[in-house]
Design a protein around this ligand. Structure first.
Ligand code: ZN
Length: 318
């Protein structure tokens, strides 16, 4: 049977998070472009699992989640400053996923079915602003290039005292529109989302939304959804057991009457691919640059051993 993922948008956290990036004022569930944003994120996640035995559902109610859930929320706390995290929770505090799939119990797949015994994957988009800490870094530069025109302060971050700062309001100066994206922008543009999750924003009324403003909004929406989609897909990779381990101390499985055996799947013995890193899907997050994942349609390649593991363990047509 294919594995089922549910992408759960926790709107009470997600909407304020959108506000930190200048998309709406952070208070309304019906934020500007919200439908396109959610559709794009889901399409980006699904794009990483083309050809794999995975099926997707999406919900804004946690109780509706089936299979393995990834929550798209606001700010990551539990996992430190990274924008995403995964853990297995078996009574009490969760622990980071480190063992491979053969070490997991059947109940582990039942999100919300057995309290205290489930996978948790979570993405906090606002934690991307942590990359603004070093303002000389390219991550910080691209954050400002892309979200500055939407009113995000140059020094907005998630580390005190630079907690996400209020975005500048929408202003019109000599025909140039800047600042927070509002309903005025949404109602004077058309928006579409491609199967690959790329968002297109076109003005339908250039006197209210000049072409440049539509282009600024389009670039920011794509940077947001392409990066959040990648981070969510990466966390789900952990939930499926990536990266597969080869260390016998971690992967030895005892089969009654047959003795101990090892996973036949090669892999590295950490949570992520070992160096050298080359923008691969399961490389450690801190080696991935924002400029890469902000690019519309940009997909990080699977390392061969990761791809083989997925196709062997989760074939498209089991
Ligand atoms: Zn990871």
């Amino acid at each position: 049977m294919p594995v089922v993922f549910t992408v759960f948008f926790r709107m009470s956290d997600f909407v304020p998070s959108l506000g930190h990036f200048g998309i709406g004022d952070g208070t309304k569930f019906n934020a500007p472009y919200i439908g396109a944003i959610k559709e794009s994120i889901v399409n980006v996640i699904m794009g990483y699992y083309n050809g794999v035995g995975a099926r997707f559902a999406t919900t804004t109610k946690a109780a509706n989640s089936i299979g393995i859930e990834v929550e798209i929320g606001g700010i990551m706390g539990q996992f430190g400053s990274f924008p995403g995290g995964s853990s297995v929770q078996e009574s009490g505090a969760g622990f980071a996923i480190r063992s491979n799939i053969f070490a997991w119990r059947e109940e582990s797949f039942g999100v919300l079915l057995a309290p205290g015994d489930h996978f948790r994957a979570k993405v906090g988009p606002s934690s991307i602003l942590f990359r603004n800490q070093d303002q000389k870094s390219d991550d910080s530069k691209v954050l400002n290039e892309v979200f500055g025109p939407l009113g995000v302060a140059r020094d907005s971050g998630i580390d005190p005292p630079n907690d996400p700062k209020a975005t500048k309001p929408r202003t019109v100066t000599s025909g140039r529109v800047e600042g927070q994206v509002t309903d005025l922008d949404a109602t004077n543009t058309s928006v579409s989302v491609s199967a690959a999750g790329v968002i297109k924003v076109t003005t339908t009324n250039p006197s209210v939304v000049p072409a440049q403003r539509a282009s600024d909004i389009q670039r920011a929406l794509n940077a947001f959804t392409n990066s959040v989609g990648y981070i969510a897909a990466h966390e789900l990779g952990h939930c499926l057991g990536l990266v597969a381990k080869a260390d016998p101390k971690k992967t030895s499985v005892t089969i009654p009457g047959k003795g101990a055996t090892l996973s036949p799947l090669s892999g590295d013995d950490e949570g992520h691919n070992l160096p050298p890193h080359a923008n691969n899907f399961m490389d450690p997050g801190e080696t991935i640059r924002l400029r890469t994942i902000f690019t519309p349609g940009q997909r990080l390649a699977f390392r061969d051993s990761n791809r083989k593991y997925l196709l062997d363990c989760f074939p498209e047509r089991p």
